[in-house]
Design a protein around this ligand. Structure first.
Ligand code: NAP
Length: 305
């Protein structure tokens, strides 16, 4: 029986691991299907306090990982397949094996949302991706596009200017949702060409089943046209990773875990932290803060038992 199992190794999970380990709880941390979480798919993180020159997302995660290990956190590769609360014990099934724990901190994060167009699945990895840092370098001196109008879309577009000949920023409205600093940077970059009030109608592949172009729709006139791009980077937000907990824990109308108060969920000993339970802020530093809060709440709850 574990004292604490932490699900996820993004900012929230690793911060929870640092705090739980320092509280001598020897937490078992499950790495999940995307170890390190979303920060490992970003480039420079400029707004995490303490790094005035910025820090690479993966480097920041690596440092948190080391810090948690230093205090005795244990790590296990694997994703939660099922969750059950049995007679006061929280149980998670990982690789077909049930693990038992008193406290469970869920920091399973969020995954990229897709447009839901035909042929999406088969084109992923063949000119369709949600990660510019992972795939941007494959598209040197060719036109690419980014779909979305938030901070992620601007960040992806700016990163892609290092490689692509031009970066079309396709947004369904005529103003960006992104923060002013990111929007200004993107819109003043000579390689970034915003296409306002535009939606993607279809992905167009070549004979080798690689992205050739997209069918664009002008959402004000309804007119459609082809736009030649070698890769589409989708940056339209994320869905909370709540799969194994659906029907067992409170989930709000938008699909996020909904704590009863603070980070405490509706089941005793279960706590939620980070993007899986935050549809408002979704920042690295708020995820870290919530991870800290969840670990302190778990520690206090364990002490009360
Ligand atoms: P987001 O802020 O939710 O933006 C998603 C964008 O995608 C919006 O512009 C939205 O359009 C568009 N969109 C959503 N569904 C769509 C669809 N079906 N078709 C076409 N467009 C669609 O998501 P995000 O950019 O991933 O950012 C998430 C959070 O992380 C935010 O809080 C952001 O501040 C933060 N973040 C921060 C940084 C940074 O500080 N450097 C970097 C990345 C992310 P509408 O605008 O019309 O809704």
């Amino acid at each position: 029986m574990e004292q604490v199992i932490i699900v996820g190794t993004g900012c929230a999970g690793l911060t929870a691991a640092i705090y739980a380990a320092r509280a001598n709880l020897s937490p078992l941390v499950l790495e999940g299907s995307q170890p390190g979480g979303q920060l490992t798919t970003t480039t420079e993180v400029e707004n995490f306090p303490g790094f005035p020159e910025g820090i690479d997302g993966s480097e920041l995660i690596m440092r948190m990982h080391k810090q948690a290990e230093r205090f005795g956190a244990r790590f296990l590769y694997g994703s939660v397949e099922e969750f059950e609360h049995r007679e006061g014990i929280n149980c998670v099934k990982v690789d077909q094996q049930w693990l038992e724990t008193k406290a469970l901190i869920i920091a399973s994060g969020a995954s990229a949302r897709w447009l839901g167009l035909p042929r999406e699945r088969e084109l992923i990895g063949h000119g369709l991706t949600s990660c510019a840092t992972c795939d941007g370098a494959f598209y040197k001196n060719v036109p690419v596009c980014v779909v979305g109008g938030g901070d992620s879309a601007c960040e992806e577009a700016l990163f892609l200017t290092r490689f692509a000949s031009e970066v079309y920023l396709i947004h369904r409205r005529d103003t960006l949702r992104a923060s002013k600093i990111m929007a200004d940077r993107a819109l003043t970059h000579p390689k970034i060409k915003p296409l306002w009030n535009s939606g993607l109608e279809a992905y167009l592949a070549d004979d080798e089943k690689k992205m050739r172009a997209v069918l664009l729709k002008d959402l004000t006139t309804g007119a459609t046209r082809e736009l030649e791009v070698k890769c589409v980077f989708v940056a339209i937000g994320h869905n909370a990773n709540t799969g194994p907990f659906a029907g067992k824990l409170d989930i709000d109308s938008k699909g996020y875990l909904a704590p009863k108060h603070g980070t405490s969920m509706n089941v005793p000993g279960v706590f939620a932290a980070g993007d899986v339970a935050d549809q408002v802020y979704r920042q690295a530093v708020t995820a870290a803060g919530l991870g800290c809060a969840a670990a302190i709440s778990a520690e206090r709850w364990l002490a009360e038992q």
